[in-house]
Design a protein around this ligand. Structure first.
Ligand code: NDP
Length: 481
């Protein structure tokens, strides 16, 4: 049995309490590893280690910091196959997806911020002939980074890389459900020679280890990605302490398909935007609005494609869908399918747990990709985040109606628009209450762009210099001579 350890003060160590939690392989339903059940004592140890190195790391030259991050990126890349394998086993996602998306994007995260800091300039504002201002930026201090289970290493590094690049030591907690690649990252950091205490990874439950991080007085900035409810709780604890907070939360993303779209391109991408990673990407489109003239054509073609998607062993190259992350999450998604039926929805395909034929996988957490029609846009199924392989489809007659329905949820993370009309595309994009909008594409990534949601999907933006500046305090110095 693999035993994961915390990474504190440059060493891999056991939790102080000696207590561990079971870690499940969702593709088989079996326990395959143990993770530290860390608590505030472990977090305290991590804060002490980070505090020791805080000034030294802030004073480390940009070039040297960049070198460390590049070295970590190179080592992640060199271990891509192994990292993808453990990500797939830990999370249930298809191995091909971890190899082509999760791990390469973790490499890019480190490379992007390693090079971004080499190309920055600071601002200066001249007020009059003999007065000017310059802005200096200093690291905010020890950063707390908390990430979810759906894209484990990818989202973990999306926070850690800018924090380290900005000169902050980090206390990071991965989701207790998917700790394995974070553990591998700690081994990589040791190999890269990252100074002890610069990055500390504390494993364990959100309610224990996570809670100790958000409440710790010596951690002035919290970067959190996860559910909206957890985000609200974190804000309630951290805001009275005036901590800097970046919250990337849940979504219920609309996908608006106009009749004049490139149908084949739209169909192919809509299958991916609905069911990639078993629908467990915060950017997946879960409400699909289709202009009435092509509604039936779309429905039939979509159902035909989706019902032939292969589900099963995440390690098999033939599996388009693997397992969802946990028994608890599978039960939650199934309860939403039952709710949809109660609310008058018609299941066009899927709707059930899937039991693979291979004995080894019979107890795994597999779900059929599910398409539902016939629901009102404002019913609970269409308003609450399901975060699984479940989408609803609805017809619309006018752009105004589609926009009204799209904007009707409390969320505002991302949206996708399909049309060949330039003005329709831009008008719709401007009217949608979403922080990220894709027109005729989905999940294309440019790390320089602002990333984040409106309304209950979050507070603040990550990406590019937004992420770097979150981990900094700006100071204006005004000079008269
Ligand atoms: P959770 O909110 O349950 O957990 C996220 C992280 O927070 C985990 O590491 C969790 O630990 C930790 N946590 C839980 N409670 C606390 C607490 N009281 N104090 C501190 N930390 C805590 O989210 P999920 O892991 O279930 O992730 C799915 C959610 O993430 C979805 O809502 C999805 O939309 C959202 N998400 C948003 C993204 C975005 O960019 N906007 C991107 C990806 C996902 P533990 O797991 O150990 O409980």
């Amino acid at each position: 049995m693999i035993q994961i350890r915390n990474y504190i003060g440059g060493e891999l160590i056991s939790p102080i309490s000696g207590q561990y939690l079971d870690n499940y392989n969702p593709s088989t339903g079996q326990v395959y590893a143990q993770i530290p059940d860390s608590d505030h004592h472990d977090v305290q140890l991590a804060v002490e280690a980070a505090d020791k190195v805080r000034s030294a790391w802030a004073e480390t030259s940009i070039a040297k910091r960049s070198e460390y991050l590049m070295c970590i990126a190179d080592l992640i890349e060199a271990n891509l196959d192994e990292l993808a394998m453990v990500e797939s086993i830990d999370n249930g996602k298809p191995l091909w997806l971890a190899k082509s998306v999760d791990i390469p994007r973790a490499v890019e995260n480190f490379r992007f911020f390693a090079t971004a800091i080499l190309h920055e300039s600071t601002e200066s504002h001249q007020t009059s002939i003999n007065t000017f201002n310059y802005t200096s930026a200093s690291p905010v201090g020890i950063a707390g980074c908390i990430s979810p289970w759906n894209l484990p290493l990818y989202l973990f590094t999306w926070k850690i890389a800018p924090a380290l690049a900005a000169g902050c030591p980090v206390i990071a907690k991965p989701s207790e459900i998917t700790p394995m690649t974070a553990f591998k990252l700690s081994e990589i950091c040791i190999q890269a020679g990252l100074p002890a205490g610069v990055l500390n990874i504390v494993h364990g439950l959100g309610s224990k280890a996570g809670d100790a991080i958000i409440k710790h007085k010596q951690i002035p900035a919290i970067s959190f990605t996860g559910g909206t409810q957890t985000g609200a709780y974190i804000a309630s604890q951290a805001a009275p302490m005036f901590k800097k907070l970046s919250l990337e939360l849940g979504g219920k993303n609309p996908n608006i398909i106009f009749a004049d779209c490139n149908f084949d391109e739209m169909l192919k991408t809509t299958v991916a935007s609905s069911f990639s990673n078993q629908g467990q990407i915060c950017l997946c489109g879960s409400r699909i609005f289709v202009e009435r003239p092509i509604y039936e054509k779309f429905r039939d073609a979509f159902v035909a494609r989706v019902s032939s998607m292969r589900i099963g062993d995440p390690l098999s190259p033939d599996s388009r869908l693997g397992a969802v992350v946990s028994q608890q999450h599978m039960d939650k998604v199934l309860s939403y399918i039952s709710l949809a039926i109660e609310e008058g929805g018609k299941i066009l395909t899927g709707g059930k747990r899937f039991i693979p034929e291979t004995v080894e996988h019979k107890n795994g957490y597999y779900l059929e990709p599910t398409i539902i029609e016939g629901l009102e846009y404002n019913c609970r199924t269409n308003q609450e985040e399901i975060f699984g392989p479940v989408v609803t489809i609805m017809p619309f007659d006018t752009a105004e109606e589609a926009i009204m329905m799209a904007n009707s949820t409390p969320y505002g993370l991302s949206a996708t628009i399909w049309t060949e009309s330039l003005s329709k595309a831009h008008k719709t994009a401007q009217a949608l209450h979403s922080g990220i909008i894709w027109i005729n594409c989905w999940l294309l990534r440019d790390l320089r762009t602002p990333f984040g949601g409106m309304k209950q999907s979050g507070v603040g933006r990550e990406g590019g210099f937004h992420a770097l500046n979150f981990f900094r305090e700006m100071k204006n110095v005004c000079i008269k001579y």
